[in-house]
Design a protein around this ligand. Structure first.
Ligand code: MG
Length: 515
């Protein structure tokens, strides 16, 4: 396994030179951090439990417990503030500099937000997520809007307290994608929207990928689908002694520790590809977390201080791994070759050929629900959320007008309009969580996943030869191994020698759907 830039902090390695003064401080900090990592460990497990097994009523006390744990995190960050800020970075190597960079971000976050503010945010978002569920079930935005009004208010305050250059939304996006700005985002969305629209139009005219497939309406047996998902786990070689899969309404992955990574999947009983691709998406995240250098176990993640708490450099890098496995690998004919025999007799009958399944897995059509959107239209859904969040944080639009604004953007981008709030403005959980600034991560994930295909040597060959272990090894060397040590823009330069570049995604869509 390739090693990290500096093994100096690992005392078990041979030939280690004596620690310098800065290294001593870092080593002390990490020892201290280790005890506080216990809080983060507990938070992740408690959050996982909320989504999987906790009885509904448990949320009342659980919300309070989680908010107290958040305050312990803050206490710790303030305790190490002086030590972290006193370190002179000149003599540090990449590994040490990475640790200090992240700890500084932690300290900045917790020092900028008073504890009563954090407590209020946690309280409102915990309540809001309950009322969001009710509102979505009844398809009635007015039952959620008072909470969302309060959350947007807090998010605007948060942006101000954290500080920013340029646009206030930069401050919130930076929490999930360090250094990512409105200028970056505008340029990426422009490239994608301008180029994906003609691709979509041609696909719709051609009709091959856009026609309604009978499998979309076909019911499946949940137990049989669960067997297919188990097979997926096997195909991707996930180690069962370090990994588990459960069921939740909104699939997610969490890394409790490097040896305890958990995913969830969903079973709606209809249109089996939704369940299949949820599983594969989360497997992509899981592979990332499992392939970190184990010595990074007690190193904070770069989104650790947000609700996300993943051991990664950014939301964009995190989603790039899920989207790479979900789309670039598993919507290819090569993956279908692997999975087709296991679908037969379980969720499809013998009359469906590999080619039929390829078309079904790659259906492209404007649709209302983001999580079910295809590769071509997906980023339009994100662009809409990005524009709305930006306007909300600027204070240019009113929360109460969101259903109409949502529908106007849908009409403009995809030419369709939801019939009700449940399939429109209420569909995503993110705003109830207070995850403002996260959505662009999905598009960055798509952008980086295409960069992986074209820029990591041999990976395309491994896709074609279905060499999954080879793919995992390359991703480990280029990305996974480093955990959160490099900032996302540093890691882009290191892995690809360029910044976010959406043209690779356009090249991929063109080659796949139009040639
Ligand atoms: Mg994801």
């Amino acid at each position: 396994m390739p090693v990290l830039p500096s093994p100096k902090l690992n005392t078990t390695l041979e030939g280690v030179p004596p620690l310098t003064n800065a290294e001593n401080v870092i080593s002390d900090l990490l020892k201290e951090y280790k005890s506080y990592e216990s809080i983060s460990h507990a938070q992740k497990l408690l959050n996982w439990d909320i989504e999987t097994y906790m009885p509904e009523k448990g949320i009342e006390i659980r919300g309070e417990i989680l908010s107290n744990l958040e305050l312990f995190q803050q206490e710790f960050s303030l305790k190490i503030k002086d030590k972290v800020e006193s370190i002179v970075e000149d003599d540090l190597d990449d590994f040490e500099r990475g640790i200090i960079r992240i700890l500084k971000r932690h300290v900045h976050f917790y020092a900028s937000l008073p504890s009563n503010f954090l407590k209020e945010l946690k309280k409102v978002t915990t309540e809001a997520s309950v009322f969001w569920r009710v509102a979505k079930k009844r398809s009635d935005f007015s039952q959620f809007s008072p909470y969302l009004n309060r959350i947007v208010d807090l998010e605007i305050q948060m942006a101000d307290r954290l500080g920013y250059n340029g646009h206030p939304y930069n401050s919130l996006m930076d929490l999930f994608n360090e250094g990512f700005t409105v200028d970056d985002a505008d340029s990426i969305f422009n490239t994608i929207l301008n180029n994906a629209k003609p691709i979509l139009d041609k696909i719709l005219t051609d009709g091959k990928f856009s026609k309604i497939n009978p499998l979309e309406k076909k019911k499946y047996n949940i137990n049989k689908m669960a067997e297919v998902n188990k097979k997926v786990i096997e195909i991707f070689g996930l180690p069962i002694e370090r990994f588990r899969m459960d069921v939740s309404a909104h699939p997610f992955t969490t890394s409790i520790s490097v040896n305890d990574v958990r995913i969830t999947t969903r079973y709606e009983g209809i249109n089996f590809k939704s369940s299949l691709y949820s599983t594969i998406h989360e497997c992509g995240h899981a592979i990332y977390y499992l392939q970190r250098d184990p010595r990074l176990e007690f190193i904070p993640g770069n989104v650790e201080f947000t609700a996300v708490k993943d051991p990664v450099p950014s939301g964009g890098f995190d989603e790039s791994q899920s989207r790479f496995f979900e789309n670039i690998f598993s919507r290819s004919i090569y993956f279908i070759d692997l999975i087709h025999p296991y679908l037969q007799g379980k969720v499809i009958n013998e009359s469906y050929s590999k080619e039929d399944i390829y078309i079904y897995f790659n259906t492209v059509r404007p649709s209302l629900i983001r999580v079910d959107a295809d590769e071509v239209t997906y980023n339009f859904h994100i662009a809409l959320r990005y524009e709305i969040e930006k306007l909300l944080i600027e204070g240019k639009i009113d929360v109460n007008d969101l259903p109409e604004i949502w529908n106007e953007f849908m009409e403009k981008y995809l030419g369709i309009v939801p019939k009700n709030d449940a399939e429109g403005v209420l569909q995503d959980i993110h705003w109830s969580n207070g995850s403002f600034g996260y959505f662009p991560s999905y598009t960055l994930g798509n952008v980086i996943s295409a960069m992986i295909k074209y820029k990591i040597k041999n990976i395309d060959e491994y896709i074609k030869t279905k060499n999954i272990e080879g793919i995992k090894q390359l991703l480990r060397e280029k990305i996974h191994n480093f955990g959160s040590i490099y900032s996302p823009k540093e890691l882009l330069m290191k892995s690809f020698n360029e910044n976010y570049n959406a043209n690779y995604l356009i090249k991929y869509l063109n080659e796949k759907y139009l040639s």
